[in-house]
Design a protein around this ligand. Sequence first.
Ligand code: ATP
Length: 229
Amino acid sequence: MIEVEQLTKTYGKLKAVDHISLCAKPYEITVLLGPNGAGKSTTIKSITNLLKYEGTIRICGHANDSIEAKRSFGYIPETPMLYDLLTVKEHIDFISHAYNCKDNQQITEEYLNLFELKEKLKTPAKELSKGMKQKLSMLLALIIEPKALLVDEPMVGLDPYSIEATLHLLEKLKKQGVAILISTHIIDVINEIWDEAYIMNKGQIIKHVFKSECETETLKNLFFEVTGE
Ligand code: ATP
């Protein structure tokens, strides 16, 4: 479970996020939507504790700056954060050691096959294509077998096959009980698999909706209705 209470983040005089509260539950895909500059990435980065903020954030019941919280969540950033000179295998070894999950060979193998990175094990990150970097970033977040997953724009740079594979993967993780929070602009793609959505604008949550409440309305239509764009 990812719990955010009264999160506020200011950059100088700008309130990028203004007293927002939200919750992403296990066995669910929760979507964070909003126009450019609404505050989605700021919210996700605050949850991962990459930013200083005001408010309370808990991951799997632990304060987000605790070791217990850090062990339990995976983060797939908008722009992959990789080490240029480390190979794919070295990235995997580094994360496996850092998270003390050296028994993860089987799951690592599965993700290497799924993301078609097996041939690239000896390739340094700087020589990977944009899509491959995104896939490596996903793999690194997933080989720790997270209980909560934070994903910022997961489909950017992926080819249509990889988008399908990612959607299936997200559904599988949801069924396994992972609490998933996704920020995305690609609403059509997410329409089949979301459970709960928060629509942000100008730093505030302007709509909180459950899929069960809008059987006939698509998330995209709802987005245009409430943001007025
Ligand atoms: P997008 O859909 O374009 O990715 P977003 O909803 O993720 O947008 P944020 O990146 O969270 O939006 O930005 C929210 C607001 O905070 C914007 O007005 C942005 O200009 C501002 N902002 C973000 N990062 C910084 C920063 N490092 N310094 C100053 N202002 C920032």
